[in-house]
Design a protein around this ligand. Sequence first.
Ligand code: NAD
Length: 503
Amino acid sequence: MSNAPQSAFAIAEQLESRLSQATRGLIINGKSVPALSGKTFPTENPATGKVICQVAEGGAADVDAAVKAARAALENPAWRDMSAVDRSKILNRLADLIEAEADELAVLECIDNGKPATLTKVVEIEGSIKTFRYFAGWPTKFGGETLPVSPRSGAKILNYTVREPVGVCALIVPWNYPMSMAAWKVAPALAAGCTVILKPAEQTPLTALRLAELALEAGVPAGVFNVVTGFGEAGAALVDHPGVDKVAFTGSTEVGKAIVRAATGNLKKVSLELGGKSPQIVLPDADLDAAAASIAAGIFFNQGQTCTAGSRLYAHASIHDELLARIADHASRLTIGNGLDPAITFGPLVSQEQWDRVSSYVQIGKDEGAEVMIGGNRPSGLNEGFFFEPTIMKNAGRNMRIVQEEIFGPVLSALSWTDTADLVAQANDSDFGLSAGIWTNDVRQAHRLAGAVKAGTVWVNCFNLVDNATPFGGFKQSGWGREHGRNAMEMYSEVKSIWINLS
Ligand code: NAD
């Protein structure tokens, strides 16, 4: 028998044949179970539009069962009293199991979401492995402090703080990076000792279910990691449930606002990673080759379905035309098609709904007076699936909807500028504040602009670098709180101050 790695097409065929035989159940209290209503929904392959399998459609009753399981697991000594070293071991074991299954997971994500399997393997699967390994390091290092208090009575007091898990966490994630978004939340929540109910997006439930199965295999006790698949109603039932202590949400700003309103019942802790409309700012002295390559990747990677996508380009008038030509050249070299083919670098959008949304924004841009420089349509020859061309809209204006609103597709809106003060005003003229890119070789300008833009992350002469060690999140309507690093551990824990009278 040959030891040659199987092609992604062969892996996909086996996965599809296996998955089509049975409905994928919810994962509650360590078991795969059907929805109590018996309802299911189909998940489809965006490259072909064909149904992969049926998935259990969780509702309020299933959410209630999952919350009860998570609450019981929180109090179960097997989890509550587990040593920091053992919790760390489990997270590392989970990373090992993901690693052992990396090729299959990359293909599973590719057929469910559409993104090319080779890129998925690096960004989502290897990214998730790194996330679990990084947070596996925290349980043994995350603790409180001893603090020098000065009581008026002069009493001798020992004051110290401890960190306790925040409790039962509802983790609600979108479809654009399904595995990574789940890992970014599950890893710190488990590292902090919480129990979780993960609610994947209805478009992409498959890797979340597999992740929970691998977590059980890694030794996570039953009930600690539950998954409720389904639609927005299942997410809303979680946000509404009095047994949930915290909601961590990644998704649209609109749903984020609904979550804040709905979480007031028991004043759940809420963290939000929401939309973006990130500016790419290019100064006249920038390295145009590097900028063009990175700006093209920054908007076209993952078909533009990235919260940090650099979707507003502010190019200095002196280099504007040259830069756009080079970005267009990079776009023309993307290979579009079914992401199971390793030569493909640009897959379909996630759904017909998303295709319609992106297409309608191109029309809105045209109606507003912008010009389609490249793209704007379905690529010729790709008649099935949800493919949309990499698109550049030039002559965009400050108040146009294609400059103000998140399109969440491969559409770059290009503007030019001459005055730096006006540039900063335009870059900050947005409801969002997730990230920004700055391209210049002038170190003073780089620092000045990095200070002036209102964004949670600023990249200078680079773009879209993300690391578990450094905070990630948004200013303004791009969210509340920061994921990654110590910030994430703090989000999933409560701090308790303890006073001991030693007098
Ligand atoms: P979405 O808001 O429509 O859905 C996200 C999740 O919320 C899904 O699981 C959905 O079922 C659930 N949901 C829907 N209605 C709900 C409700 N009322 N209560 C609770 N849950 C509900 O977003 P989407 O279309 O899946 O994802 C795209 C959005 O996600 C974009 O706006 C993008 O910018 C954002 N996003 C942000 C980040 C970030 O880190 N800032 C990362 C990725 C994606």
